[in-house]
Design a protein around this ligand. Structure first.
Ligand code: PMT
Length: 429
């Protein structure tokens, strides 16, 4: 399967690497970016070259590596022969990872005495800085003030992680792992260029757990893959994303605000709280239709010969939101799924109307290549405008991107009310 990631494909990323033991992670980051389809130009400081060689980056990017302010590059890789101007020109993102305390200070004060710090002044694209250093250096007021300066200038900061440092000490200062850095890069690009910038999108994912007793529950086969893919596609499109999810074991989409729930009733509460002022709600979760009337306080002993469970209906979250929005107008766009095993289109159309949704994404979960717990899906998207679009079998990522495209297009036609607040934004930024 291809590693291409649409939001990264053909993006020109300048990766600045400074002198930290974490520089080895930057080589893996560069490699993953290239595999995803990005064009990566690496600038290394002198100190960075003490930890890792330019040849490593040249090998993984297939491009020259820039190390010297005074050497002009004669290759036609850049729009001009003056390296810092050429690198800055046309860059979609400047990423500095790892960023030392020294380099952060230089950028904070606009000092420009090496190729990386000069390029940081010359770029007009967004800048993402990932500090990596000893814990005490990171917590020093000089560093925190410098980072504040960068934030104040709109530069995105990747919070370093807590953990064991190269010194053997434990502290906050570790460069996060490559998937987190990649997620932050996607988020930074999405926020700058995506069609959902300044939009707030709520997504539900996973199968709800309806408790029988403290150790047993009723659930279904949902893995959360489709819902998480929708959340990631919304992030790539630049939205502030809230992901309401049951336990799935999937990695958290970087930049999403995660709300953990278990039962249908907890999911209902979370959705009703989050949907106020939201631009879109996309209900990919497989919500249980029934739950035990009573959940035992203690584990039910197996000496009981048999067990009859009495079940009652759960609340229909999508229908509740669909009714409420007739009065509140929130969310602006409402998308439900329909998991069917027969009469796909007829059942999906009934759901579209009954739940007052803008779109229903119908999947026949008995079909090979569609439905629960696999990486692909086969869906037909029904619109309230009467449109019916059947998509071939494709990855859940591609399905998610198709849904987000429709949400973005639909939002263009609905009046805008909500402004995204700082609180809606990611906790990691
Ligand atoms: O998670 P994966 O393993 O990737 O699998 C993906 C999926 C099959 C779960 C997904 O593609 C999907 O179909 N999700 C919806 C599953 C479902 O509950 O379908 P439904 O036809 O029963 O419900 C219709 C809609 O109403 C859904 O949007 C559902 O979230 C919502 N609903 C259902 C019941 C309920 N009590 N409240 C609801 O809001």
């Amino acid at each position: 399967m291809s590693d291409r990631i649409n939001i990264l494909a053909d993006q020109r990323i300048v990766l600045g690497v400074t002198g930290s033991i974490a520089a080895f992670k930057a080589a893996d980051l560069a490699s993953k970016l290239v595999q995803a389809g990005a064009v990566v130009d690496v600038i290394m400081t002198e100190a960075a070259q003490k930890f890792i060689t330019p040849l490593t980056f040249q090998a993984v990017t297939g491009r020259p590596v820039y190390t010297d302010l005074w050497k002009s590059d004669s290759s036609d890789n850049l729009p001009t022969h003056i390296a810092h101007v050429g690198l800055a020109e046309g860059a979609n993102l400047l990423v500095i990872a790892p960023a030392t305390a020294h380099h952060i200070a230089k950028i904070a004060y606009g000092l420009a005495d090496d190729l990386l710090s000069i390029t940081a002044l010359a770029v007009t694209c967004p800048v993402l800085v990932a500090p990596a250093m000893d814990g005490h250096m990171y917590e020093h007021s000089a560093t925190t003030e410098n980072i504040q300066r960068l934030r104040g200038r709109g530069i995105l900061i990747v919070e370093p992680e807590m953990g064991r440092m190269a010194s053997g000490m434990v502290g906050r200062g570790r460069l996060p792992e490559v998937p987190i850095l990649l997620g932050m890069i996607r988020h930074a690009l999405g926020r700058e260029w995506g069609p959902l910038t300044d939009r707030r999108v709520v997504v539900t994912a996973g199968g709800t757990h309806e408790a029988i007793d403290p150790v047993r529950y009723i659930s279904n086969h949902s893995s959360g893959k489709q819902g998480y893919a929708v959340a990631q596609a919304a992030l790539d499109a630049g939205a502030a994303v809230t992901l309401i999810t049951t336990p799935t074991g999937l990695p958290q989409p970087v930049g999403a605000k995660l709300i953990a729930v278990e039962s249908a009733s907890e999911m209902l509460d979370a959705v009703l709280e989050q949907v106020d002022g939201a631009d879109a709600l996309i209900m990919a979760a497989a919500v249980a239709d029934f739950r035990p009337v009573e959940s035992a306080d203690q584990k039910i002993k197996k000496k009981t010969k048999g067990l009859t469970l009495e079940l009652e209906r759960t609340e229909d979250i999508l229908e509740t939101v669909g009714k409420r929005r007739l009065e509140t107008g929130d969310p602006r766009v409402l998308v439900g799924f329909a998991a069917e095993t027969q009469d796909l289109l007829r059942n999906a159309k009934t759901k579209l109307e009954k739940k007052n949704a803008d779109f229903i994404v119908a999947n026949d979960v008995s079909q090979m290549g569609a439905g629960f717990a696999i990486d692909t899906n086969i869906v037909t998207i029904l619109g309230a405008d009467g449109s019916v679009v059947s998509l071939p079998q494709q990855t859940k990522t591609a399905v998610a991107e198709a849904i987000i495209q429709r949400v973005a297009a639909r939002l263009q036609t609905v009046p805008r009310r909500h402004e995204v607040s700082d609180e809606d934004e990611s906790s990691v930024l």
